[in-house]
Design a protein around this ligand. Structure first.
Ligand code: NAP
Length: 577
């Protein structure tokens, strides 16, 4: 490692941003080769790049920076790397992307060595994978755990960020790359009495890391999004009694998970290029492409045959391998919604419960669709009960359970699967102050503004992987991350070669990008549906809040093309000096 870095430095042009230490505080920072050596020592406090977050994005980013020979450190709030896959330990937690499309593609060796055991790999295996990656590429020593960032302050004169941790430690760096993830800031409801419940009670994100034996227990769960639906399907046959408190039902279809045999995995390895090419072509970055036929030219019987096949196919097939019109046009979407409603009715024995599980306020695919395993069948069990909060809202949490407008319930365990402050939540938690002391939280009040979802005017040298208004939130996460990490790598290389130490997105370019994001969202049929797709979380925003624009909905291929064009034109919308 030391030799590698020294070698890289000696081969590279000597750009200003690598040498600022000599210019600013030579006695403190020493020579470049010393810096390289010190990079292995986590007591070092100054870096070329600080990365915030050691989840999927942070791991990919530090690998890239290491390859570039940049002195960098990842600051991770949790006690282990893995982000989402470290923190979410709830039963049933697993990918809903096909596993082999979720792994990193930056290393052929890695693709060859890792065996995905299930089509939709479970959380423990995913965490094992990310640790395997960190072991393989010797990344652990570049990650500081238990290091939550409290503040980031830009120093215009020195052109550095000062990053303060919650424990008061201070670090400095020329660049900060945020890899804080989309869904790492859980939100809780604000019911009266929440502190009074005497049993274990927690958000799904904070499901205890130590085993929690639910055998014979009375469990209450609030929330039926992707997390709640995974938990319910998994624990229904293990608990004594399960009461599900549902506000708005979600459309959900079978995940159709299964094991991947060694022979299948060998075949997948042969086809990785082909698989990733499909992902690159797919708007959502998945191994599913839409049916090319025109909806109205296909008979009702043929549509039905396709939908039957897609309902039984793995993952998001029914959403993404369907006719485009079923997502984009009202009538086809209504037809498909009716079809899925019919499938739900066929799986749930009690017709009244089935009707409560069928969404009325939005069509199929108009909110982020949870994928399920045995979810609807859970309601056929004697020990599972559905309570519709639309009919009988929760009035308060009690010492022994909760009270709705009609009934009181007693539980041993109460789970809040109540969602996340998506995309901007992780940024809001940090006091980020850019040029002139401007606070990012204030700039983003209402809705964020960004340049390509990667940079923010007024916040020089801050780069975001999977940031708000990037395509990450709307696609198969790692596919978009790798594109973004490569782009950031090219930008840093560009700056290094040209001796540039300050990079800031142009204010007009930011406005143009934000408008593109707004236009794309407004063109989407789901734009009037309240969900995190439209930046809404009832635990954070007021019911009548204006829509927020937190993700780019123009699709992964278009987004990648834009990034590539910007890079090929020399990043001209970024002011650099
Ligand atoms: P979510 O989709 O936002 O669902 C939150 C649920 O809690 C909703 O049913 C919501 O009801 C309910 N809720 C929120 N506040 C409530 C309150 N005060 N009272 C009653 N109910 C309340 O959150 P999530 O299930 O954690 O999923 C979030 C996202 O994480 C997903 O959309 C997905 O992108 C990701 N995720 C992915 C996977 C995977 O890849 N396998 C698994 C889990 C999660 P309303 O709809 O009425 O607000």
């Amino acid at each position: 490692m030391q030799n590698d870095l020294r070698g890289l430095y000696s081969r590279r042009p000597r750009a200003l941003w690598f040498f600022r230490f000599h210019c600013i505080m030579p006695e403190r920072y020493g020579t470049i080769s010393q810096l390289s050596l010190e990079n292995e020592n986590l007591s070092q406090t100054d870096y070329e790049v600080l990365v915030i977050g050691a989840g999927v994005a942070g791991i990919c980013q530090i690998k890239k920076l290491k390859d570039m020979g940049v002195t960098a450190l990842v600051l991770e709030a949790s006690s282990g790397l893995g982000g989402t896959w470290y923190n979410n330990r709830y039963p049933g937690c697993r990918f809903d992307s096909e596993s082999y499309t979720y792994g990193f593609k930056f290393s052929r060796d890695l693709l060859n060595e890792w065996h995905w055991k299930e089509m939709f790999s479970p959380q423990p295996e995913n965490l094992k994978y990310l640790n395997f990656v960190a072991d393989k590429f010797d990344l652990h020593k570049h990650i500081r755990l238990d290091a939550p960032v409290a503040q980031m302050k830009w120093d215009e004169c020195a052109r550095i960020w000062t990053v303060t941790l919650e424990d008061g430690d201070e670090l400095t760096s020329r660049f900060v790359i945020t890899c804080t993830g989309a869904l790492g800031t859980p939100t809780m409801p604000s019911y009266e009495g929440m502190n009074e419940f005497e049993g274990p009670s927690f958000h799904s994100y904070y499901w205890p890391h130590e085993p929690l034996d639910l055998t014979g227990k009375r469990v209450g769960i609030i929330g039926t999004g992707a997390s709640g639906i995974q938990i319910i399907g998994d624990i229904a046959d293990k608990v004594g009694a399960l009461t599900v408190f549902q506000r708005r039902p979600n459309w959900s279809v079978p995940l159709n998970n299964r094991d991947i045999t060694k022979a299948e995995m060998a075949d997948i390895r042969q086809r990785y290029e082909e698989i990733f090419a499909v992902c690159a072509e797919s708007n959502g970055g998945f191994d599913h492409l839409p049916d090319q036929r025109v909806y109205e030219n296909v008979s009702v019987e043929e549509r039905r045959a396709l939908w039957d096949a897609l309902y039984d196919a793995p993952g998001f097939a029914l959403l993404l391998a369907n006719f485009r019109e079923t997502f984009l046009e009202a009538e086809p979407n209504r037809d498909l919604s009716d079809y899925v409603a019919e499938r739900i009715r066929a799986r749930v024995n009690d017709p009244q419960v089935a009707e409560q599980l069928i969404p009325r306020d939005h069509g199929f695919g108009m909110r982020r669709m949870p994928m399920e395993t045995g979810y609807f069948e859970a309601y056929n069990r004697d020990n599972v009960r559905l309570v519709s909060l639309l009919d009988t809202p929760i009035e308060r949490i009690t010492r022994t359970g909760l009270q709705t407008s009609e009934e009181s319930f007693d539980f041993d365990v109460l789970v809040y699967a109540t969602g996340f402050d998506v995309m901007t939540g992780a940024f809001d938690k940090i006091d980020i102050r850019g040029a002139d002391g401007q606070r990012l939280k204030e700039k983003w009040q209402g809705s964020p503004t960004t340049y390509l979802g990667v940079m923010v005017n007024g916040f020089p040298n801050m780069l975001m992987v999977a940031g708000p208004q990037s395509v990450s939130g709307s696609t198969n996460y790692p596919r978009a991350i790798e594109v973004c990490v490569d782009w950031i790598g090219a930008l840093l290389e560009h700056a290094r070669t040209a001796d540039l130490s300050r990079l800031e997105a142009d204010v007009d370019a930011e406005a143009t990008w934000t408008q593109e994001v707004i236009d794309m969202q407004e063109a989407m049929p789901f734009s009037k549906v309240k969900s995190w797709f439209t930046g809404f979380n009832a635990n954070v925003q007021a019911a009548n809040a204006a829509p927020r624009y937190i993700a780019y909905w123009g699709g992964a291929p278009r987004y990648t093309k834009i990034l590539n064009r910007v890079a090929s034109e020399g990043f001209r919308d970024i002011n650099m000096d």
